[in-house]
Design a protein around this ligand. Structure first.
Ligand code: 4NP
Length: 155
C-alpha cells in the first residue's frame, strides 16, 4: 500500500506527515508492505529540503526525516492508494488534475481520521515553532487512527 501526503509547498506539513507515518510503520515492522511519500501542489520549493523548523520538530520528537520537495503530478493518482490533502485548498489542487474524477475515492483530507476534530492541518509556514509542534501532534494522533484502520488488511 502506498500513501501520498500533499500540501502546498512540500517543505512543512506533508514531509512531516510522511516522516511520522514511515516512522510508525517501521515501528510496526510493516515497512515492506506500506510506505509513504509526499509532494506539493505548488512549484515554489521543488528540490528543496524540508523547512529547518520541520526538521527540528521531527528530530525533537524522535522522528528521522529526509525529503526533497517535488510537485504533485497526474501519475500520482494511479501510483498511490491514498492521497491525503493537508487542507481543503490542497484537496482542490488534487481534484484539478486531469482524470482526478476517476480517483475521488482515494482523495481525502487527512483530518478525516483526527480523533479530536476535522478540517485543515493549518499551514505553519508563517508561524512559530509552537505551530510546527501543534502540526506534529495533530499528525501524530491522526496517523495512529489511520494506521489502525489499515493495519489488519496488511498483515
Ligand atoms: P507547506 O507550507 O505547504 O506545509 O509546505 C508552505 C510552504 C511554503 C509556502 C507556503 C506553505 N510558500 O508560500 O512558499
Amino acid at each position: 500500500m502506498k500513501v501520498l501526503f500533499v500540501c502546498l509547498g512540500n517543505i512543512c506539513r506533508s514531509p512531516l506527515a510522511e516522516a511520522v507515518f514511515n516512522h510508525k510503520i517501521k515501528q510496526l515492522n510493516l515497512q515492506h508492505r506500506i510506505s509513504a511519500d509526499s509532494c506539493g501542489t505548488g512549484d515554489y520549493h521543488i528540490g528543496d529540503q524540508p523547512d529547518p523548523r520541520t526538521i527540528k520538530t521531527a528530530q525533537k520528537n524522535g522522528v528521522e526525516i529526509w525529503h526533497q520537495a517535488r510537485q504533485l503530478s497526474v501519475q500520482d493518482l494511479s501510483a498511490f492508494d491514498y492521497l491525503f490533502a493537508m487542507d481543503e485548498q490542497n484537496k482542490r489542487g488534487i481534484l484539478r488534475l486531469p482524470d482526478a474524477g476517476k480517483h475521488t475515492h482515494k482523495i481525502k483530507l487527512i483530518r478525516e481520521f483526527d480523533p479530536q476534530g476535522q478540517g485543515d492541518v493549518p499551514d505553519p509556514y508563517y508561524g512559530t515553532m509552537n505551530d510546527f509542534q501543534d502540526v506534529f501532534e495533530m499528525l501524530d494522533r491522526t496517523l495512529d487512527v489511520f494506521i489502525e484502520s489499515i493495519k489488519h488488511d496488511q498483515l
